[in-house]
Design a protein around this ligand. Structure first.
Ligand code: DAT
Length: 175
């Protein structure tokens, strides 16, 4: 991939940890484009049908990668997804894994109206740090950062941190 002027960032974590909210704010702060994978899967048909048991679309990894490739090559994308194990490593300059405490996450998932089975699965995923491990296995350790996302203050700090990081990236590339 040719060097890009604007970075690509992956923001990941267990559902309910604050990815979409953080991505929306980070996109406003940085001018980068937010790509919410779950939404694109549905809107652009990047799936293999609907899973009745899990009440969600069955994501087709190849279709997602093929669809996003041209945009990722351009750079300047913030990808929002609850997994980190199938995107090409070369896509990202920074990988942010958001983390939430068990009680906080429980409240958010309950508020979302998730079934107790779905809440339990997601809680276990967070406790076992599944997404963090995926990110560490898939990307160079120096580009992976784990950030707490329990409070509004955490979120503001995270957005500020992402903004400063983007500014530095762009500055270094323009020198
Ligand atoms: P995700 O995209 O990871 O599923 P979200 O951004 O939709 O999560 O957030 C789920 C809910 O929790 C939403 O109502 C906003 C709230 N929330 C997320 N992160 C938060 C934080 N750090 N402080 C306070 N509320 C937060």
């Amino acid at each position: 991939m040719p060097p890009r002027k604007y970075p690509n960032i992956l923001i990941t974590g267990t559902p309910g940890c604050g990815k979409t909210t953080t991505c929306e704010l980070a996109a406003i702060a940085t001018g980068l484009t937010h790509l919410e994978v779950g939404k694109l899967v549905k809107e652009r048909g990047l799936h293999d049908g609907f899973d009745d048991e899990f009440q969600s679309w069955i994501l087709d990894e190849d279709k997602v990668v093929d669809e996003l490739e041209p945009e990722m090559q351009q750079g300047g994308r913030i990808v929002d997804h609850h997994g980190a194990d199938f995107f090409p490593e070369r896509w990202f300059d920074l990988v942010v894994v958001l983390r939430a405490d068990t009680q906080v996450l429980f409240g958010r998932l309950e508020q979302r109206g998730y079934s107790s089975k779905k809440i339990e699965e997601n809680m276990e995923c967070e406790i076992m740090q599944v997404v963090l491990d995926e990110a560490r296995e898939s990307y160079r350790p120096e580009i992976v950062v784990e950030l707490p996302s329990n409070t509004v203050e955490d979120m503001e700090n995270n957005v500020e941190r992402i903004e400063s990081w983007v500014t530095q990236f762009v500055q270094e590339r323009s020198e």
